[in-house]
Write a protein that binds this ligand. Structure first.
Ligand code: NAD
Length: 337
């Protein structure tokens, strides 16, 4: 049983903690917080040992009546691997600590690829992280792109990808983010960073992306135009995506014509936090015109990267050599289709 510490118990960290707890080959040894807020209190109520990132704040946790197990330095000294889920750009400082202690670490998509020089996706490059000390699970958007593009690439090869990324303005709890009433080219220059990010896991992919921010918190939405290397019938593409786990073909015709309805569907699944770990693709959007495949998909940004973190742990700790075996194990433990 390998031990896992979660540094940063926020949107991603709390989900990764629960996903690790659901596996039978790894366990959570602790989670960390900077502030004695409701998440800290609930982490302790759930039974996680809570460590504090800023030792000088011990008194604040004591005053709030939230029991702490120690400091982050103590937590990361007693684990096989750290999943760093702190906000983007805190990574470089933490990496120094991990290196000093000699503990492996997994970062999230808010950090730059250069921090670890190795990015991870379960479908695309699981083997490259096998036994490695540091890697970064690519962002929610890049994970979404890889989930649908890799099986298509395996089926018939991809010549060129163009994608329009419609991004949520903030996560549901982020009351200070926006826009509230605008569509914002973000960035207003072309290309956006998403294409280069995909190339960190699908090496050599010819991809250009543009991105917009819109006033929604539910999901991101992607519009893809994919020039195929070899001619294939649309039915073969549909069959490939239907067979692929962590990808769902859902129909507007059945009442799932928007991201709001996808999230309602997720509620019906009855999972913790109403998470939709899979990437839903609108079935009707799939079409091939002059050798170019078109489709539209969405990304539940709060949860799609969570199973990838579990697989990254198995790869880096050499628990499982085969990516599909790890994917199947993670899926089964988390009830993922
Ligand atoms: P978040 O703000 O929800 O959570 C971060 C947590 O880390 C908070 O609980 C905060 O208190 C804690 N923290 C802050 N500084 C810390 C420190 N020095 N040490 C320990 N803990 C600290 O952030 P998030 O959305 O979970 O994002 C975490 C990472 O995941 C980022 O790299 C982000 O880009 C990436 N990511 C986020 C999303 C998303 O949509 N939220 C999706 C995919 C990837």
């Amino acid at each position: 049983m390998k031990s896992v510490a979660i540094n940063g118990y926020g949107t991603i960290g709390k989900r990764v903690a629960d996903a690790v707890s659901a596996q039978d080959d790894m366990k959570v040894v602790g989670v960390s917080k900077t502030k004695p807020d409701y998440e800290a209190r609930m982490a302790v109520e759930k039974g996680y040992d809570l460590y504090i990132a800023i030792p000088e704040r011990e008194k604040l946790f004591n005053q709030a009546g939230i029991e702490i197990a120690g400091t982050v330095d103590e937590m990361i000294s007693n684990t096989d691997i750290v999943v760093d889920c702190t906000p983007g750009n805190i990574g470089p400082e933490n990496l120094e600590k991990y290196k000093k202690i000699g503990v492996k670490a997994i970062y999230q998509g808010g950090e730059k690829h250069d921090l670890t020089g190795l990015s991870f996706n379960s479908f695309a490059n699981y083997d490259d992280s096998y036994g490695k000390d540091y890697a970064r699970v690519v962002s929610c958007n890049t994970t979404g792109l890889t989930r649908s593009l890799k099986p298509i690439d395996d089926l018939c090869g991809i010549k060129k990808i163009r994608a329009v990324m419609v991004r949520r303005g903030g996560d549901p709890y982020q009351v200070n983010k926006g826009p509230i009433n605008a569509v914002v080219p973000n960035p207003p220059t072309v290309p956006s960073h998403h294409g280069p990010d995909l190339q960190t896991v699908m090496y050599g992919a010819d991809i250009t992306t543009v991105a917009l921010l819109v006033p929604t918190t539910l999901m991101h939405q992607h519009n893809l135009m994919v020039e195929l290397e070899n001619d294939v019938p649309l039915d073969d593409v549909i069959e490939t995506l239907e067979k692929r786990s962590r990808v769902l073909l859902l129909s507007a015709e059945e009442g799932l014509g928007s991201t709001a309805e996808f999230m309602e569907y997720a509620k019906e699944l009855g999972r913790s936090r109403n998470d939709l770990f899979e990437i839903p693709i609108w079935r009707e959007s799939l079409n091939i015109v002059d050798g170019e495949l078109f489709y539209m998909q969405a990304v539940h940004q709060e949860s799609d990267v969570v199973p990838e973190n579990v697989d990254a742990i198995r790869s880096m700790l050499e628990i499982e050599e085969n990516n599909e075996k790890s994917i199947a194990k993670t899926n089964k433990a988390m009830g993922i289709f």
